[in-house]
Design a protein. Structure first.
Length: 108
């Protein structure tokens, strides 16, 4: 169960990283292109802001279902682990302490 949660979490973060890398690449290309045609300063910043907003909207339109699906599966697995999985380290610590106490009793 932990492996599946880790896999889905990494896929979700990988997809987000891929989207951010694509946005940064396009923004860098646009900034260089605007510099070569002579648009600088505040006008360039305004144009790049509009391009950035358009890229973010396009990314959510293209990958929106994938984000939603990965998040839904991740949260479902997290719920299943909380309901049916092993409890956190509490029982393991108590079991180890009980085993140490019983072995100490045998040594006496």
């Amino acid at each position: 169960m932990n492996h599946a949660l880790n896999l889905l979490g990494n896929m979700l973060f990988g997809l987000i990283g891929l989207v951010i890398a694509g946005i940064v690449m396009v923004e860098g290309f646009m900034a260089a292109m605007l510099d070569t045609i002579g648009i600088h300063g505040q006008v360039q910043r305004a144009v790049l802001t509009l391009v950035l907003v358009a890229l973010i909207i396009a990314a959510f339109r293209v990958f929106g279902r994938a984000f939603g699906l990965l998040a839904a599966v991740f949260l479902t697995l997290l719920l299943l682990q909380a309901l049916f999985g092993d409890p956190a380290d509490g029982d393991r610590i108590r079991a180890r302490h009980h085993a140490e106490a019983s072995s100490a009793a045998w040594r006496i």
